[in-house]
Design a protein around this ligand. Structure first.
Ligand code: LLP
Length: 402
């Protein structure tokens, strides 16, 4: 399910560019893929909202029946603001001040704690009165590239699994109620075996925790970015997870729920960034296409060497040529070096696909440029869900002292 070029052209004309566009029905399709694949298993899906936090997107996932995973106290507050009940909100933090954990506790949400230090403070303050999850680092290398790998033995995330003795000592000493164990090994994990490997690491230690109610396997499902790209086979994942847990009943006899926290899987393919061509420049054999955007709006190509499909929606029949698609900020910001596109002319609209996850969310005002507008397409209608910045936004928080 994709938006048509005609729809994207109409949105560009109506709302101007650059503009992020999100397709509500595509998000629903992805969410339903997951719930259908895991039907019959006690699995809960928490949308990892760090991927995209527009309040309308949060409300949409709430209406779909999803739970929500947050990575900052402000995401927790946004989730509550969007109407999620605290019981449907999970705060999986890393390296945060204990005061944020106290605040999350006062809001009544689920919390996964990722350091011995914060866990000890939590135990000393709340003892057995507030159940908590423990984020472990399983020492598994996984994910699309090192920058998005979080479970390996040099990663800052989670409590290293080899510090189990210290962890157990803190739990005993402070009488903590450990409700869940959490691991997240990385983003863009295409092999189901990685998840199974993680589960097996957990199976070895599950017997050490006698009040467990859930196992949280994080997110990281791979989505296709280009034609022929592999993606995580969700059916296979569901079958493998079901089988693994069927063969390993919880030793304390309690039923174990399985939680997932997908971000990209739910929103990546539902998003588009529409840009417009400012300038064409020929240099030797290189045809530069400079668009009215840059890594200030979509940082993934520069930051992770990520591939985003680009389509010239203004000239879908033109002869294909090779282009270097670059941004207009004062950096070597390049979206694609040698990309085949239908003939590009100044003024054409170029659309970046897979822009729903970590697109707008990682954007900035670098070069004092405006952040793009955001539009939601739902039931065939176009809704402006964030206005483009205006000049006042650049000055709003500045304190003039001179
Ligand atoms: N849960 C935890 C604890 C996480 O750290 C993350 C992502 C997720 C869930 C969701 O992962 P996803 O399903 O979206 O792969 N900005 C990078 C991705 C960084 C992901 C960080 N953590 C990118 O644009 O590729």
């Amino acid at each position: 399910m994709a938006l048509s070029n005609q729809q994207l052209n109409a949105i560009a004309e109506q709302f101007g560019t650059p503009v992020y566009v999100y397709h509500a029905e595509k998000m629903a399709e992805q969410y339903n893929n997951l719930t259908t694949a895991f039907a019959g298993q006690d699995v809960k899906i928490f949308y990892a909202c760090k991927a995209l936090t527009n309040i309308n997107v949060l409300k949409h996932f709430k209406q779909l029946g999803s739970n929500i995973d947050c990575s900052s106290i402000n995401e927790v507050k946004l989730a509550l603001h969007a109407g999620f009940e605290p019981d449907r909100v999970l705060y999986t933090s890393n390296g945060i001040a204990f005061s944020e954990i106290e605040e999350a506790q006062s809001l009544g949400v689920h919390i996964n704690i990722d350091s011995l230090s914060n866990l000890k403070k939590f135990g000393e303050k709340y003892g057995h009165s507030y159940p908590v999850g423990v984020r472990l680092r399983p020492n598994i290398m996984a994910g699309g590239n090192l920058k998005i790998s979080t479970g390996h033995d040099k990663s800052k995330f989670g409590i290293p699994i080899d510090q189990m003795d210290e962890l157990l000592a803190i739990i005993k000493e402070t009488n903590l109620f450990i409700q869940g164990l959490h691991i997240h090994t990385g983003s863009e994990i295409k092999d189901v075996e990685v998840f199974i490997k993680g589960i097996e690491v957990l199976f070895d230690i599950i017997p050490l925790f006698n009040e467990l109610e859930f196992i949280d396997l994080g997110g990281g499902f791979k989505v296709p970015y280009k034609k022929g790209d592999h993606q995580t086979d969700i059916q296979q994942l569901a079958a493998a997870v079901g089988e693994a847990f069927a063969n390993h009943p919880n030793p304390n006899g309690k039923h174990l729920q399985v939680w997932f926290e997908p971000g990209k899987y739910l929103v990546s393919g539902a998003g588009y960034l529409i840009t417009q061509v400012n300038v064409l420049k020929q240099s030797g054999t290189i045809n530069f296409v400079s668009v009215n955007s840059g890594f200030n709006h979509l940082i993934r190509p520069m930051f992770y060497d990520a591939y985003h499909q680009i389509t010239n929606i203004s000239n879908t029949e033109g002869e294909e040529q090779h282009y270097a698609v670059v941004g207009n900020i004062c950096e070597t910001d390049t979206f694609a070096w040698d990309r085949k596109l239908h003939e590009v002319r100044e003024g054409d609209y170029l659309v970046f696909a897979n822009a729903g996850a970590y697109g707008f969310e990682m954007s900035s005002n670098f070069n004092s440029r405006y952040k793009p507008a955001e539009v939601l397409v739902k039931d065939g209608e176009y809704h402006l869900i964030r206005r483009r910045d205006v000049f006042e936004n650049l000055l709003r928080n500045q304190v003039v002292v001179l």
